[in-house]
Design a binder for this molecule. Sequence first.
Ligand code: ADP
Ligand code: 5GP
Length: 202
Amino acid sequence: MIGNLFIVAAPSGAGKTTLVRLLLENDPQIGVSISHTTRQPRQGEENGREYHFVDVPAFLEMVDRGGFLEWAEVHGNYYGTSKQWIASEMAAGRDVLLEIDWQGAQQVRKVFPEAIGIFVLPPSMPVLEARLSGRGTDSAEVIARRIAAARDEMRHVDEFDYVIINDDLQQASRDLQSVISACRLRYTNQRQRHTSLFASLL
Ligand code: ADP
Ligand code: 5GP
């Protein structure tokens, strides 16, 4: 049985890391891919937990080796999803979630057209700006760059299957959990998961 592949994208600051963290607390079965990045760690981030932090030559060497399922330059840094871990998780029937940008999502869909895309929107532009500043982890220059890029990211919302508006955090968290539960209940998934039940009933 093959696991489900979920892609979660959003403009920076919309709250996708927070939502994915809450999801994991309620649903430890889902595996979240840890990307490689050339960005500097933020305060509190640990190598191998939030990201694998690497330098540019190491990242480009991995690109040349064909080690990434997808990779892209986002806000002036490289980010990429390693192939190996995802393939083994999905082959073992486990669900995998990728937190990536729209460029990476387009590349993943070419390899896994059945991937389920979820886009997180903020309730307004001023709220997005307030969240980016309020997070307190980025310089004014980095924040300005991310605000400028937000509309470009959001223009790709129509390439995704589901849209979650992250206004009230608890509601948005329930919405994300509902999408994941509904995908697991699709006919093809249920038929594979409950082979003997289907055989006995049909
Ligand atoms: P992203 O991963 O999309 O860049 P984060 O998850 O880091 O965004 O969230 C950005 C900031 O907004 C964080 O400080 C987070 O605590 C806050 N935040 C996220 N969702 C909400 C929400 N629904 N209401 C209020 N604050 C939120
Ligand atoms: P941050 O620097 O805030 O952690 O992430 C910035 C952006 O990079 C986010 O929009 C996030 O989705 C994107 N991102 C994180 N990891 C990856 C990845 O592996 N591939 C791609 N394409 N984008 C990523």
